[in-house]
Design a protein around this ligand. Structure first.
Ligand code: ATP
Length: 218
């Protein structure tokens, strides 16, 4: 199994006390499978993705990535798993401002030792970024930056791709291209894909749909 949540709990402090965000969340994602996560704004979807990537710790329960319990890993081991096995497309894109678009796209693939110039070229063409490679992220629109973040994640050929509203800033035709490229990664490499989305069309394109409400999945 690529990703397993077993009874995961998480709360945040709101100044007055602890507010539960995830209560007893359990699910699993196998290789070559795709999963959509929906839920109202503030329901905890991003928190769940960050826990899956080991960027935030669960307070209870267990999270396993590729069979390894994240709660048993130290920061260094979790960072190593992110470098090698997991790609996360953040809502804020997290591009590196001092690097060109081209260098940003190849950055994680190079870190993971999987840079493939032919594949990068295919992804760049498919996402319509070929005219942007020598620019810096600040010169790009929000939707272009989002496509750079997605291209960077795809180029790294992760075992597990976690994407937080990857089509949020895109028109429908561009959103379709992004989803096609994500599904092509799944078909080519057997990666698992989990997508947080507000789009019913994107959700319907995944094998399975889970809805997060009041801290629980249904
Ligand atoms: N670091 C934090 N400290 C305190 N509260 C937090 C923190 N991160 C998230 N929260 C709270 O947890 C809840 C869930 O936030 P989260 O970002 O996971 O929701 P979401 O479903 O992804 O929302 P959206 O669809 O708007 O992106 C919110 O009430 C948020 O204020």
């Amino acid at each position: 199994m690529l990703l397993e949540f077993d009874g995961v709990q998480k709360s945040f402090s709101d100044g007055e006390g602890r507010v539960p965000v995830l209560r007893d969340v359990s699910f699993a994602l196998a290789e070559r499978r795709t999963l959509a996560l929906t839920g109202e704004s503030g329901s905890g979807k991003s928190t769940l993705l960050h826990i899956a990537a080991g960027l935030e710790a669960a307070e209870g329960g267990s999270v396993r990535v590729l069979g390894r319990a994240l709660e048993d890993c130290d920061d260094r081991a979790r960072a190593e798993m992110r470098r090698r096995d997991i790609a996360l497309v953040f809502q804020q894109f997290n591009l590196i401002p001092s690097l060109t678009v081209g260098a940003n796209v190849g950055f994680h693939a190079r870190l993971a030792g999987r840079f493939d110039a032919g594949l990068v070229d295919t992804i760049v063409q498919a996402l319509g970024l070929e005219g942007q490679l020598d620019k810096y992220p600040e010169a790009l629109s929000g939707g272009q930056q989002q496509r750079v973040a997605i291209a960077r994640a795809l180029a790294a050929q992760p075992r597990l791709l976690l994407a937080d509203e990857p089509t949020g800033n895109l028109d429908e035709a561009t959103a379709d291209k992004v989803m096609t490229e994500m599904l092509s990664l799944v078909a080519r490499t057997g990666a698992g894909l989990m997508v947080v989305t507000h789009s019913s069309k994107v959700a319907a394109g995944m094998d399975r749909q889970l809805h997060l409400s009041a801290g629980q999945l249904s």
